[in-house]
Design a protein around this ligand. Structure first.
Ligand code: FES
Length: 96
């Protein structure tokens, strides 16, 4: 296809550009926080990235028992109870 002007170029760019899947976080009952996405970046307190080996799905520990924090290692099983049911947070307080 021949692009003849700038707006056609923008449309062509949008048609061919690959948008990553939005990252989805799922709070699992009695377990971890599952993170799914095409491009997951997880960094430590200093901003250094964890090597995820190209994974598009990871589980983050919520119970504090994992020996591989921040990742879930299954230690929560039988030791962590939380019924993950969605609710609405109140509106944020206005900035002062
Ligand atoms: S949530 Fe799985 S080990 Fe903590």
């Amino acid at each position: 296809m021949t692009v003849t002007n700038k707006s056609q170029l923008n449309i062509q760019t949008l048609k061919t550009q690959r948008f990553p899947m939005a990252t989805k976080l799922t709070v699992l009952s009695n377990g971890s926080l599952r993170v799914e996405g095409e491009e997951i970046e997880l960094v430590d307190a200093q901003g250094n990235a964890y090597g995820l080996g190209g994974r598009q799905r990871i589980s983050i520990c919520r119970c504090g028992l994992s020996k591989q924090k921040p990742f879930c290692d299954g230690s929560h099983k039988g030791h962590f109870e939380h019924d993950a049911t969605a609710f609405d947070l109140p509106a944020p307080k206005p900035a002062v």
